[in-house]
Design a binder for this molecule. Sequence first.
Ligand SMILES: [Zn+2]
Length: 240
Amino acid sequence: MHANVVFVSKTMFAVDHAATALLLKRRYPAVPIAPLLLAVQVMELAWVALNYLGVEHTTTEPVVRSVADIHLAWMPYSHSVITALGAAVIAWAVIELGMGRRALGRAVALGIASHLVLDLLTHAHDIVLWPGRVSPRLGLGLYDAAPAAAFVVEMAYGVVCWWIYRGGRGLLALIVLGNLANLSLLSPSIPGPEAFLAGRPVLVVSLVALQIVVTLVLTGVLARSRGPTSPVMVPSVRRA
Ligand SMILES: [Zn+2]
């Protein structure tokens, strides 16, 4: 029934989701960055798992020249408003109310919710309110309307996260390169490795999974060194 509902979608770049963890780390300095990195990508990791399990589906056109030829055809569980907000509330309740870790609970809940907000801004109309509900499909469709502008907005978002965090040069390089790596995906006229993805949805999912893991690990590692102006580098300023 749902198989003929195919629509174009563009997911936000993995490195920019990861950059949100920097904002949370800045706001909640005592919280370790690892749970924050997991929280901002838990929706995408659920999407990967559900695709491998065959519960959610990804399809491609016979020829893939850009991200427009890849369709996130069915993902009502990993990417619905209620799934994301529900997961955020449950995580908050378990961590803050259950375990008494107030800052961790709030930071993780915000991280999970941040993924939904960023996807709503960038995705085509493919985010349902809850699993089983077919319409409305939410998403501002920034990539459909203006792919070049969307690219600039994403790059700017990642850099602003880095700037607020006061990260080091390595982290900035990761964010810039992580965005540039997706450039060929945005335009049919820029050839890239996406041509090999035609008819290989499992490969699409695996590449997304790889990108998620690599960007999360590198963000976590590179976030350890900060810029010279950071007050958080001074141990006496660090809050408990
Ligand atoms: Zn997503």
